[in-house]
Design a protein around this ligand. Sequence first.
Ligand code: NI
Length: 257
Amino acid sequence: MLEYIDSHAHYDAEQFDPDREELLNRLHEDGVRNIVNMGCNLERSRLSVEYAEKYPFMYAAVGIHPEDVEGTPADYLDTLKKWAVLPKTVAIGEIGLDYHYEGYDPDLQKRIFREQLDLAEQLCLPVVIHSRDATEDTMSILRERGKVNGVMHCFSGSAETAKQVLALGLNISFTGVLTFKNARRAIEALEAVPMDRLMLETDCPYMAPEPNRGKRCDSGMIVHIIQKIAEVKGVSPELVAKQTTENTLKLFWKMNA
Ligand code: NI
């Protein structure tokens, strides 16, 4: 049985309301060693912390997602900090820039992104970065800092961008997008990422890999992503699971497997 870590999930999403507890316990028995639940706003960060308290195999990230910056209270950093120092909080995330939908406020997104990068640095926590249709601005904010401890999640950029992200010190993680028919760009990016910088994630309930595309995703579907990475890298699925587990433990738990 493959054992692996889902480094980025959203089990607070309403899609899991009917069967969350049963599903999580079954996934853990089926090989999901750990799950890191992401924060997207204050309420959902609180839920990440709550699940981490409830399930021994779950850990929390807390943060404000770029699509959720509107209406963030002035004292949000104090609230995040209170949760960030808890023993089962392993990262500040997901944070970043998202220019995909019309009506976004780039200045507000950049401010909240920078403030959370500062918070992570201050607390010596890694960051989980979300960047969609905003590569240029995301990269320039990260370059201001020289080195960044964290991971670029749901990577969708080019191989060239992947190399720049790696040069900043960040790991890169891929979702089910790798398994899609039009994934050529993602595959080329994957080829540019060395095995010791690679992480696994589902971003569930979104991004279900083939053959489940369009369905509700859960952490168990990572096996399809593992399979694809193994194929592209020419190694065994066991090695992909083992190496990505080590990389994730090193980043989030600062330890070796
Ligand atoms: Ni996400």
